[in-house]
Ligand binder design. Structure first.
Ligand code: SAM
Length: 244
């Protein structure tokens, strides 16, 4: 059988693709893509002419059957999504499960992912976080969802579209109270924008219509205090050790 490679692609800046990803995309017999036109453009940017077949959310089951057939025929296949890491708030999980059940070798490549990129810029001093992808788009469900994370003791990492970011943050403020948050907008792009602030400050920023894609981090209720203490400690340490 062939191998199924899971290949992250850039989330904006085309330089953010690994040398290994480029080699694999060139060497496999097919690239499975959410949007074949979008992926063909990416491939042609890197001078890659591998054939592209479609694999998208609404047809994940049917498509994964035919892709596993190709793998059984000995073809190596790369799975990509429109941006970032496949199967992270993107299609891919069904193909991966199906391939594993069929005994296919699965090789994941590390690479661009909006959540981890945002987290690295948030400057969190503890390592834990809860990644939940997109909050529900309907307000009723979103409010229930926010209720559930109310007592979570980890920062919660969410994806959000420019259209809904204002509504989501407004609901978060109403349900979770005015705790600290962080947003990373247009990561790796020209207008990359990182903002740390209280939820009410972030809501205010949304009064102007927003463009671009967002990663939102909502901190646990106690973090303001905890982060404050940590920061003080860090600053004292820095003052005492700045001649190092
Ligand atoms: N699989 C992707 C990944 O690994 O990050 C995520 C795909 S999900 C369909 C798209 C969402 O990811 C966007 O709505 C946004 O919340 C986030 N996202 C993707 N690219 C981003 C960027 N350049 N800056 C900020 N957020 C981004």
């Amino acid at each position: 059988s062939g191998t199924l490679y899971i290949v992250p692609t850039p989330i904006g800046n085309l330089e953010d693709i690994t040398a290994r990803a480029i080699r694999i995309l060139r060497e496999v017999s097919h690239v499975c893509a959410e949007d074949t036109r979008h992926t063909r453009k990416l491939l042609s940017h890197f001078g890659i002419s591998t054939s592209v077949i479609s694999y998208y959310r609404e047809k994940e089951r049917e498509k994964s059957v035919s892709i596993v057939k190709l793998l059984h025929q000995g073809k190596d296949i790369a799975l990509v999504s429109d941006a970032g890491t496949p199967a992270i708030s993107d299609p891919g999980a069904i193909l991966v499960q199906h391939a594993r059940q069929a005994g296919i070798k699965i090789v994941p490549l590390p690479g661009a992912c909006a959540a981890t990129t945002a987290l690295s810029a948030a400057g969190m001093t503890d390592d834990g976080f809860l990644f939940l992808g997109f909050a529900p788009s309907k307000q009723g469900q979103r409010k229930k969802f926010l209720q559930k994370i109310k007592n979570c003791s980890y920062p919660v990492v969410l994806y959000e579209s420019p259209r809904r970011v204002g509504e989501m943050l407004t609901d978060a403020l109403a349900i979770l109270g005015d705790r600290q948050g962080f947003w990373a907008r247009e990561l790796t792009k020209t207008f990359e924008d990182l903002q740390q602030g209280s939820l009410s400050e972030l809501v205010q920023l949304c009064e102007a219509p927003q463009k671009g894609e967002f990663v939102i981090i909502i901190y646990p209720e106690t973090v303001e205090e905890a982060a404050g203490e940590n920061l003080d400690e860090l600053l004292v340490w820095y003052r005492d050790n700045s001649d190092l």
